[in-house]
Design a protein around this ligand. Structure first.
Ligand SMILES: [Zn+2]
Length: 66
């Protein structure tokens, strides 16, 4: 219930949870994924102002898996 730190992209409608070790993206259907997956599936096609995931998942978050 408590979803502090969760963001919802008003353009794509997906929810992004800020988690330690990397953000978790909750799609309206299907399993959760990553910001880069969200970019690949949704955001790269929309590219509208207001999208909170416009950078393709790379950049400031600095999530890098070993
Ligand atoms: Zn978006």
């Amino acid at each position: 219930m408590s979803e502090a730190g969760a963001q919802v992209c008003p353009i794509c409608g997906v929810k992004i949870l800020k988690l330690i070790g990397g953000d978790r993206v909750l799609f309206s259907s299907g399993p959760p994924g990553t910001r880069s997956l969200l970019w690949a599936k949704v955001c790269q096609y929309t590219q509208k102002p207001g999208c909170i995931n416009q950078n393709g998942g790379s950049g400031s978050t600095g999530q890098r898996l070993p």
